[in-house]
Design a protein around this ligand. Structure first.
Ligand code: HEC
Ligand code: HEC
Length: 473
């Protein structure tokens, strides 16, 4: 009797031990033990990006390396950061030369200030800035999807001394007032564009396929590149006919292969576009794009050579992969928690997917270097990285691969709550036309209409509560 009792106890103790092991293993998979600057263990809901989460809510929140960046990795990060930030000038093929002769920005950071979204001259100067500075991109193309003779794929609205910009963009807005069912008012502004001061042939607007876009925040781009792509493909197979929502993949043909499109407002790129950015945005040639962007223009003469090395391109690529993702704030605040519930009630989560995973082993940089730290992480980007038809009001006529004019990639919302602190403005959407979160939501048409409807029908307090949640991201 006594003996059986003892064995029973032993079995029970072993059972408890096994259960606790299983429990711990499950926990480990979901949680990284990350300490906050105050020394406490971070809450799982604060960890936006697993081991790449950083605790900063200052203007440097997007421009801080992840904790795993140490030693020689830090040297590479700082080298990439400098190449990214430092203004380029014309002439000499040094680390700060090669700008132009025509360009759209004078450094990556001129448009992505502090790795964010520079306040655009669309709002501060009514279009192209007059003094070498603009901070948006104007894509132009013939109706047959060709580049115009004499012009690049983007309108280079700036030029170095002695050269002439390809043209200037002017934007005007018409404003219309609306009311929520409860009477609260809001207004939306619609942009109208005009291109003037053409370098050569003037092209009438109705003969241009045009897309004007503001920069994207550089939050979590390394994790985006490390995504478990099968998870994205699976999301694309899920349809919500009851809400009219169905995400779609953009396939990007490159070097005779097809890649899953992830970056850009139409998910039209499969990588972080370092070489393309240097070439097309800054006019800095490199091994992948050895020709000057404005080569057909008579003002471009002579051989400019390679103006940025492959090593430099890889350093910038590493810098962007190694940026930390700011931790969420105020996660225990009941208003923020209620706002999160409302986010689900309004079906925002069907496109702004809260949780995704990165693949085991991490990701490779453009020079083949492996970055294992980005692998096997639970991340909270609030995006499915898929295309959705957002209706004709938000659309343009500029399709890119599978993405039609009306389709846009769900913008990841991590870091969106800090944009105002980092970049000093709250303009949202691909062309920045939304001046705050409320306007961004009220522009959601097409597949996003269900969310817009549900948001409008909330009480004023509920709408504000949902916005409090967005501010915590
Ligand atoms: C003239 C402004 C401008 C300059 C200069 C510029 N960018 Fe951008 N960047 C943009 C815009 C606008 C977008 C959105 C473009 C789109 O949808 O095609 C963007 C998008 C990106 C994205 C995609 C981000 C995402 O979340 O999908 C990356 C990566 C990027 N830029 C990197 C760079 C790098 C690297 C440089 C410097 C070599 C650079 N950019 C220079 C304006 C600029
Ligand atoms: C059908 C998919 C879908 C649904 C549902 C949806 N969104 Fe979006 N959201 C998008 C897409 C696509 C964009 C990019 C549109 C653009 O740039 O023109 C976007 C952009 C945004 C932006 C702007 C982000 C930025 O940085 O520019 C915010 C904020 C936003 N959504 C919040 C919400 C909220 C809150 C809800 C629920 C009330 C919601 N969305 C529902 C697809 C969706």
């Amino acid at each position: 009797m006594f003996k059986y009792h003892k064995i029973g106890l032993l079995v029970f103790v072993i059972f408890l031990f096994l259960v606790s092991l299983i429990f711990q293993a499950c926990q480990k998979e979901e949680e990284n033990v990350i300490l906050t600057p105050g020394g406490r263990v971070a809450l799982p809901s604060e960890l936006s990006a697993g081991n790449s989460t950083i605790f900063s809510s200052t203007s440097k929140a997007f421009d801080t390396p992840a904790n795993w960046v140490t030693g020689s990795l830090m040297d590479l990060f700082l080298k990439g950061d400098a190449l990214y930030d430092n203004p380029r000038v014309s002439g000499e093929n040094t680390t700060s030369g090669g700008l132009g002769p025509v360009y759209a920005g004078y450094s990556c950071a001129s448009c992505h200030n502090d790795a964010g979204r520079t306040r655009s001259t669309l709002f501060t100067a009514g279009g192209s800035g007059p003094y070498g500075f603009s901070s948006f991109l104007t894509f132009i193309r013939t109706p047959n999807d060709q580049n115009f003779r004499q012009y690049g794929r983007v309108l280079h609205d700036q030029a170095v001394y002695g050269s002439k910009p390809e043209g200037k963009l002017r934007v005007t807005y018409t404003e219309k007032e609306y009311s929520f069912p409860d009477g609260e008012k809001y207004s939306l502004i619609t942009p109208h564009y005009e291109i003037y001061d053409w370098y050569a042939d003037s092209i009438p607007l109705d003969q241009i396929e045009l897309s004007v876009r503001v920069p994207l925040r550089h939050v979590g781009m390394g994790l985006m590149m490390a995504l478990d792509q099968n998870e994205i493909l699976r999301l694309a197979t899920i349809q919500y006919p009851e809400y009219g929502i169905s995400g779609k993949v953009n396939w990007v043909p490159e070097r005779n292969k097809k890649y899953l499109g992830l970056s850009g407002h139409k998910a039209q790129h499969a990588d972080l576009t370092v070489e393309l950015g240097f070439s097309s945005d800054l006019g800095v040639t490199n091994d992948r794009f050895p020709h000057e962007v404005a080569e057909g223009q008579s003002q471009v003469n002579g051989n400019y050579g390679i103006q940025a090395t492959t090593k430099e391109m890889a350093a910038v690529d590493f810098y962007m992969h190694a940026l930390g993702v700011p931790a969420r704030r105020a996660v225990t605040n009941p208003v923020v928690q209620k706002g999160e519930e409302l986010f689900y009630q309004a079906k925002c989560n069907l496109c702004h997917t809260p949780t995704l995973h990165t693949k085991a082993g991490g990701v490779q940089l453009i020079d083949g270097t492996n970055v294992p730290w980005l692998g096997s992480q639970v991340i909270h980007p609030y995006s499915d990285y898929l295309l959705h038809d957002m209706g004709p009001e938000l659309g343009d006529d500029y399709s890119q691969f599978n993405a039609t004019g009306d389709e846009w990639r769900t913008t990841p919302l991590w870091g969106a709550g800090l944009q105002e602190i980092v970049n000093g403005h709250s303009n949202f959407l691909h062309d920045g036309r939304a001046r705050n979160f409320v306007e961004a939501i009220m522009w959601h048409g097409g597949e996003g209409d269900v969310s817009r409807q549900k948001f409008s029908k909330m009480t004023k307090e509920e709408r504000e509560t949902l916005i409090m949640f967005l501010r915590s991201l």
